[in-house]
Design a protein around this ligand. Structure first.
Ligand code: GTP
Length: 415
């Protein structure tokens, strides 16, 4: 596959984390085996050129991990990403290892014709599914490397308008293959109010175009604190993000990661300034397991069964669904929806038939009424003419019509 990801080989960085991350909690939710093996998590950044994708990767890793090959002076322009590149770091917390990989994709929108710019990205995602499928089909399945994309951060230009056709096209191509997480890029270019309105517009567009973005699940048995945290994160979607790895001084003398402007400093890690903290919390703490699970149970399974069916390998559906409740539920829902749609179509047909019948009857009685009306009118007209004639004759003293006179004569003769 020509689009196979070009994996940059950065040094593995054992990072000291600035504060609590939280993935050490994951073993409580998943197998013990994962503790030994560690976790693999892959996120992808997608969006138009120059929206700050590479910058966000550095901000997430909290380092200039992702650097141009030759070190450039600070004033130099950050080079464009021209190929799909992966970058990984091993993070360790309480003895639990997390291998975090971020895939940077070249920004699109630079060409006169941007119609198929989604293609290389979709192909990259599919080639990762293919590689997993190939490993699953091997006799020795001990060491499966999971390079599948578990989350896709989709960068939206901070226009303040609705989503653009190119964004809609991209998201529609991607949403069946990855967990889409929409992001408003460079949120420091908008006011708080503009961001609120823009978020509304984006969500409306997403709903209108039936695009499925990642939904945070809520579990009933979760404690109140966790639920509140989930709700707070969910409310921020699409996340308004400011990226920067530069340390700047605030007017009150603190040194923070942010962007300095003549009128003040935007802090990356300040929740009042942008949603970066919430995005990181969701990716690394609260929803990592759900993102991985949804990728495996729904997105990958759909891809796999389509692929296998395409190759003529029919699934043993009963066994397959037994072990895959998400697919089973989805199938049941599809069947139910199809049943409802059929009922609706039948009801519509009956309704249309009844309306047509009633219309026919009405038309018939209208015609009958009209004919009767015409007959009565003609009879009345005839009567009127006769009366007028009679009146004229009486007035002019002329005898009545001959047959009428004859009748009179006969009557006279009989008496
Ligand atoms: P491509 O490689 O072309 O796809 O670009 P990219 O999306 O990776 O953008 P990159 O991270 O290279 O950033 C482009 C420019 O935007 C740089 O000058 C960054 O300093 C700047 N930038 C990045 N993030 C932000 C942000 O949150 N706000 C503002 N105002 N500028 C940003």
């Amino acid at each position: 596959n020509g689009s196979a990801p070009h994996v940059a080989s950065p040094p593995l960085v054992r990072k000291k984390l600035m504060g609590y991350v939280g993935f050490a909690n994951l073993p409580n939710q998943v197998h013990r085996k994962s503790v030994r093996k560690g976790f693999q998590f892959t996120a992808m950044v997608v969006g138009e050129s120059g929206l700050g994708k590479s910058t966000l990767i550095n901000t997430l890793f909290n380092t200039e991990l992702y650097q141009p090959k030759e070190v450039l002076p600070p004033s130099a322009e950050r080079p464009k990403t021209v190929a799909i590149e992966s970058i990984s770091a091993d993070i360790e917390e309480n003895g639990v290892r997390l291998r975090l990989t971020v895939v940077d994709t070249p920004g699109f929108g630079d060409f006169v014709n941007n119609e198929e710019s989604w293609k290389p990205i979709v192909e990259d995602i599919e080639s990762r599914f293919d590689s997993y499928l190939e490993q699953e089909n091997r006799v020795n399945r001990q060491k499966i490397v999971d390079n599948r994309v578990h989350a896709c951060l989709y960068f939206i230009q901070p226009t303040g308008h609705s989503l653009r056709p190119i964004d809609i096209e991209f998201m529609r191509r991607l949403h069946t293959k990855v967990n889409l997480i929409p992001i408003i890029a460079k949120a420091d270019t908008m006011t708080d109010e503009e961001i609120i309105n823009f978020k509304d517009r984006i969500l409306n567009d997403i709903r209108h175009h039936n695009i499925h973005i990642f939904q945070l699940p809520t579990y009933e048995n979760e404690d109140e604190e966790a639920l509140t945290e989930q709700e707070e994160i969910a409310r921020k979607i699409p996340f308004a993000i400011v990226g920067s790895n530069q340390l700047v001084h605030t007017p009150d003398g603190r040194q923070v990661r942010g962007r300095a402007y003549p009128w003040g400093v935007i802090e990356v890690d300040n929740e009042d300034h942008c949603d970066f903290v919430k995005l990181r919390q969701m990716l690394i703490r609260t929803s990592m397991e759900e993102l991985r699970e949804h990728t495996t149970a729904v997105l990958y399974e759909n891809y796999r069964s389509e692929k296998l069916l395409g190759m003529g390998v029919a699934q043993d559906s009963s066994v397959f669904k037994e072990i895959n409740p998400a697919l089973k539920m989805q199938e049941e829902r599809t069947l139910h929806e199809a049943k409802l749609a059929k009922m609706e179509a039948e009801m519509n047909l009956v309704f249309q038939q009844k309306v047509a019948e009633k219309e026919g009857k009405l038309k018939q009685s209208e015609e009958e009424l009209y004919a009767r009306h015409r007959e009565m009118k003609e009879a009345l007209e005839k009567q009127r003419l006769e009366l007028e004639d009679k009146k004229r004759r009486i007035e002019s003293g002329r005898p009545l019509t001959p047959e009428k006179s004859a009748t009179k004569r006969n009557r006279f003769l009989r008496t």
